[in-house]
Design a protein around this ligand. Structure first.
Ligand code: C2O
Ligand code: CU
Length: 465
């Protein structure tokens, strides 16, 4: 995506009029709740030994059914618009060979994964068409809902938008002992938005990311999902490249149990969830309080996303303990940094500390094992003199951080655990703390509104000895 492409419609586009009020969610062709939400298929390993699982996936274009009865060209892993789910276990290695039959360069990043730099999907480190590459994931971290997606330079936003996204569910034994809802009652749900033209083709317009009125859950528009009258664990991922979801279940309480990096220290009860691009929020919803025949709608501010239909009774031996886990201790920080995020609508660039990403420049050199506090400021309160502010978020590779405060106030209860992506409202400053451990090499940090990272809102740190 060159500057010229990015400015296709010219001028001050990124802070579009839609910034304040997203267009109403709609399902083209049919009304909402006309299709059933699928659960992405789990990938079977090619080889499983006592220590590792080996998987193979092929990136390729495919015709998929997103809108009911309509065939849409997408970029996929193994032909699935939400890629196959990879299951992994803490302490047990996963190797995935990704073949590239897209006809263009691409790569793969395991979002939230602590992986060696050579397997992190660095933007310049791509798989050329016709070739394949092995990614090595040690899974040396607690259980968490991770996901994999493209990270190729300047094309990450379009590739992810067109379908290069899938779940990677990391399980740990400790977590399994808690007795949370599991098996078919543990449901990964990727939420995202899209714009379709009249023929049902996906339209990617990076200059107008607010105009994506179709909301998808696991790749289908405003679907329904039959549930039993019992507790479910819902692993919500915002797989949009830009949208911030603001969700509620019609006032029904949800119990948040996990964030990006896995379980919270203790459950948090809430009726509203804000999830920005790339973030994960896991909730337990107890449908047993609702008689068979009830329907509960998960709503975004722009409209309904997904309807849960309570269709049968069920026994439920699951529980949500009062204490979920002890978080790792927070070591004393020995360094602080400031990161300021801003758009430059005149030059159609997106910047951190006044500069767009440059892969030849190391923005932060960090000695291995160091603990640092980063203060991240969103300075876009009035983009290009438009009077509109624009939210950003901030994602760091390699680490799971702790959110220390927002403008000096304590973080929200749902962000008291381990995080790798955090939403930052216009004018807000968020302080996070991370320990940069284990691997050497170059890793990214960036706004996860991928239209922004594609325009340069990205930097890199290098871990050195
Ligand atoms: Cu989900 Cu650097 O990405
Ligand atoms: Cu941004």
């Amino acid at each position: 995506l060159s500057r010229a492409n990015a400015g296709g419609t010219g001028g001050n586009h990124l802070h579009h009029h839609g910034a304040q009020r997203p267009p109403l969610a709609r399902t083209p062709g049919v009304g909402p709740f006309s299709v059933r939400m699928p659960v992405p298929q789990e990938l079977t390993p090619l080889i499983s030994s006592s220590k590792l699982d080996v998987y193979q996936l092929t990136m390729r274009p495919a015709n998929v059914e997103i809108l009911p009865g309509v065939s849409t060209r997408a970029l996929t892993y193994n032909g699935a618009f939400v890629g196959p789910t990879i299951r992994a276990r803490s302490g047990r290695r996963t190797i995935v060979t990704f073949g590239n039959r897209l006809g263009e360069a691409a790569n793969v990043h395991l979002h939230g994964g602590k992986v060696p730099a050579s397997s992190d999907g660095y933007p310049m480190d791509v798989i050329h068409p016709g070739l394949a590459r092995m990614y090595d994931y040690p899974n040396d971290q607690p259980g968490a809902t991770l996901w994999y997606h493209d990270h190729s330079h300047h094309t990450e936003a379009e590739h992810v938008y067109r379908g290069l996204h899938g779940f990677y569910l990391l399980q740990s034994d400790d977590e399994q002992r808690l007795g949370l809802p599991s098996g078919q009652y543990d449901v990964p749900i990727m939420l995202r938005d899209a714009l379709f033209d009249d023929s049902g083709a996906l339209v990617f317009d990076p200059t107008d990311p607010f105009n994506r009125p179709t909301l998808l859950a696991n790749g289908r528009p405003q679907p329904y999902f039959p549930v039993a009258a019992r507790k479910y664990r819902l692993r919500l991922l915002n797989g949009s490249t830009h949208r911030v979801f603001e969700l509620d279940l019609g006032g029904v309480e949800m119990t948040q149990i996990a964030s990006d990096g896995g379980l919270l220290p203790e459950p948090v009860t809430t009726t509203n969830l804000t999830i920005s691009s790339g973030e994960r929020v896991e909730v337990v919803v107890d449908f047993s309080a609702h008689p068979v025949g009830s329907q509960l709608v998960l709503n975004d501010v722009s409209g309904p996303v997904l309807r849960f239909d309570v269709v049968q009774k069920a026994v439920d031996r699951s529980s949500v303990p009062d204490r979920l886990r002890a978080l790792p201790p927070v070591p004393q920080a020995t360094n602080t940094r400031q990161m300021t995020l801003s758009l430059d609508p005149v030059n159609i660039q997106a910047l951190i500390n006044g500069r767009p990403f440059d892969h030849t420049r190391v923005d932060a050199q960090i000695r291995r094992g160091t603990t640092e506090i980063w203060r991240i400021t969103n300075s876009d309160t009035d983009v290009g003199g438009s009077g509109f502010g624009l939210p950003h978020n901030f994602h760091m590779h390699l680490v799971q951080f702790r959110v220390l405060d927002r403008d000096g106030r304590p973080p929200l209860p749902g962000e008291s655990g381990l995080k790798d992506t955090v939403l930052i409202q216009p004018g807000e400053s968020v302080r996070v703390q991370a320990t940069f451990g284990d691997y050497l090499g170059r890793y990214l940090y960036h706004c996860h509104m991928l239209e922004h990272s594609a325009l340069g809102m990205m930097g890199q740190f290098e871990i050195v000895r």
